[in-house]
Design a protein around this ligand. Structure first.
Ligand code: SF4
Length: 181
């Protein structure tokens, strides 16, 4: 994983390298069976060089604690490793350039379950027309890899009524991990 991280830290494959402060490669236990994937770093992540360090990250961590998934039981990365200006959606050419890093992270980790955080990650990793409201929590199999999507934590911060469904999806994640042990 260190080799991939080092390559990523000097990457200039897309124009996002021009505006980044830090490359945001990932954080957590590289040997974990659970991998979360978000879409791209935001302003706080760009400054810290770590994914999900703001309010969304705190909500994610609190929810994981609530269902009994420990800090050492997961890893978090994004599809894009550099922040898109003004937090705009990732562009197809940026995703095309950056996805091989994530694919290599997944190949190295070989997680039991990949969890997409939000619709955009799900649209890239599960299927283009992924409907987050209807299909969150549903388990898909992609190239032999179990994968599901949950609402992006930021969506829960905006609309707390989704919290029940969000929590139920995390209970399911815990259950899948228990079955894989
Ligand atoms: S977003 Fe990805 S492909 Fe683009 S410069 Fe950053 S690491 Fe390289």
């Amino acid at each position: 994983m260190e080799k991939i991280r080092k390559e990523c830290e000097t990457c200039t494959l897309c124009p996002l390298h021009l505006s980044r402060t830090n490359v945001v490669f990932g954080r957590g236990n590289e040997r974990a069976k659970l991998l979360f994937v978000g879409e791209a770093p935001g302003a706080k992540e760009d400054l810290a060089g770590k994914p999900f360090v703001g309010a969304s990250g705190k909500l994610l961590e609190a929810t994981l604690r609530e269902v009994g998934i420990g800090e050492d039981e997961y890893y978090i990365a994004n599809i894009l490793k550099c922040r898109p200006p003004e937090n705009r959606d990732p562009r197809p050419e940026e995703v095309f350039a950056c996805t091989p890093y994530l694919e290599r992270q997944i190949a190295k980790m070989r997680p039991s379950l990949v969890v997409c955080l939000g619709r955009i990650a799900a649209a890239h990793l599960i299927k283009k027309d992924f409907r987050i409201t209807a299909e969150h929590g549903e388990v898909f199999e992609k190239d032999g890899q179990k994968i599901l999507a949950v609402f992006h934590p930021a969506a829960i911060l905006r609309d707390v009524r989704k919290k029940g469904e969000f929590l139920a999806d995390f209970e399911k994640i815990r259950q899948i991990l228990a079955e894989e042990k």
